[in-house]
Design a protein around this ligand. Sequence first.
Ligand SMILES: [Zn+2]
Length: 323
Amino acid sequence: MDDLLQVEHLQAEPGQRFDGYLDVAEMQDGTPARVPMVLINGAQSGPTLYLQAMSDGDELNGLAVARQVLKRLDPARLKGQVIAALIVNFHAFHWHQAFSPVDGKKMNRCFPGRKDGTSSERIAYRLFQGAVRQSDYCIDLHQGGVRPMIDEVRVRVDRRKRIHKACLELGRIFGIGYILDCRGPDGQLARAAPEEGIPTIDPELGGCHGWDESSIQKGVTGVENVLKHYGFISGHPRIPKRQVVVDGFLSLLSNRGGFLEYHADLYDHLQKGDQVADVTDPFGNVLETLRAPEESIFWSKNLRPMVSSGEGVGTLGKNIRHI
Ligand SMILES: [Zn+2]
């Protein structure tokens, strides 16, 4: 039947939601490693969205976003299909870390995966073949690990590629206000899926341990903006009139070891020479003042307010433009 939504053996009839698990690997004792999946098949036909969370095993915000969005989607009113993989990096998640402890790989360097590859490559392969390739749009939910970072969305396709425009437009529609438009490393889903002609973005929802409610709400609004704009659900997306786009980062390095006292806040639009942080000794004396080397946005900072010499104190988004 044409209208059946299917990911391997998982199925949802038109107008139905299916929650279940996709067995993607085996643990050492033979216990199946499973990815929780949601398939929502709209009563009316339309495009397909693939939503993925926790391909880095310690990035929980994406799971919270996906659950809230999916809970509010009514299959009877949905035009199209939504496929969600909720905890993609099974092994890393169970170890409370970003990388898989089985093969030491970062899942977001493994797409489109390999059938006979390492553990992470095999999981990536199964999801790419089973779910990604039948989709029209992809959203791969991430965050900046546990480091404090602004809420932003990333476009990882080379700007010379034809699909870049559609990816940047998807990022604009997500509407979080800050976009990194910079070709990503090999193996990112946000690069591999566009190779198949599927516009893809990688929202980075802050950085924290556990859940961050404000980042999660921005993520929910972003995914719902996409659903509204591309006709999955009714309603008007809430998209800022002017969004910041940067094309890369500057890493601000300390020349001294000590304690950081930040003068700038995340999201600050810095001019060349603006103070970002002082490095101080244990007695409170200022050893060094670190300043923005050029106009930039204060994008991420350290989890702990201490550094050694030669250690980063934060990243700054560079070459600011607006869309
Ligand atoms: Zn990530």
